[in-house]
Design a protein around this ligand. Structure first.
Ligand SMILES: N[C@@H](CCC(=O)N[C@@H](CS)C(=O)NCC(=O)O)C(=O)O
Length: 188
């Protein structure tokens, strides 16, 4: 695969750039500018993302946005790295569930928590920060990683906000220990 990952250091695309390294993937990482929340930076005219966001993966005719989609695409393309179960392999369901749970629930819930926003519709559709943390904690109290004994790219994506928002990491317990294990696996 000769593909291009559009990436901005110190952003949500970091986890995908690390994945490219762990997969030893034949992918060019092209750095682009993005507007930052502190008012610095600008949209980069060289970034093909429809909203000029990162990450964005271009692989020939295929163009992908959203980390969960890009991660699935890459771990399927580089199965020898063993970072995500393939269709038909044990753990595929859990793998997809965690990646989609991250995109559909975890990140929105974390943003709403940081913004101190609550609403019955949010509770109904997404639940809340504590429910999300309990889900992680229950899973990680019986296994070192989300899929069991084996580290996967689902651990990479789901642990990623805790590296930015260290105040969200509990003082002790399974989630804290898992974040430490994930950092070791990712070489950070
Ligand atoms: N849901 C997207 C989020 C992508 C995203 O928001 N990326 C930020 C980087 S932290 C960005 O590019 N921001 C630039 C902007 O808002 O224009 C994903 O998971 O890939």
């Amino acid at each position: 695969m000769t593909a291009v990952l559009y990436h901005a250091p110190n952003s949500r695309s970091d986890v995908v750039a690390v994945l490219v390294r762990l997969l030893k993937a034949d992918i060019e990482i092209r750095e682009v500018k993005i507007p930052r929340i502190d008012g610095t930076g600008d949209p980069d005219p060289d970034n093909p993302h429809p909203e000029k966001k990162v990450p964005y993966l271009v692989d020939g005719e295929e163009e992908l946005r959203e980390r969960g989609a890009i991660i699935t695409y890459l771990t399927d393309a580089y199965p020898e790295a063993g970072l995500g179960p393939l269709p038909g392999e044990a753990g595929r369901g859990a793998y997809l569930s965690w990646l989609f749970y991250y995109q559909g629930v975890m990140e929105p819930v974390i943003i709403l928590h940081m913004a101190d926003i609550s609403h019955p519709m949010v509770m109904s559709g997404l639940r809340d920060f504590d429910t999300m943390m309990n889900h992680l904690s229950e899973t990680l109290s019986t296994s070192p990683f989300l899929l069991g004994e084996k580290f996967s790219a689902a651990d990479m994506l789901c642990s990623s906000p805790f590296f930015w928002l260290s105040s969200l990491v509990p003082d002790e317990g399974p989630v804290r220990d898992w974040v430490t294990r994930c950092a070791e696996r990712m070489g950070s």
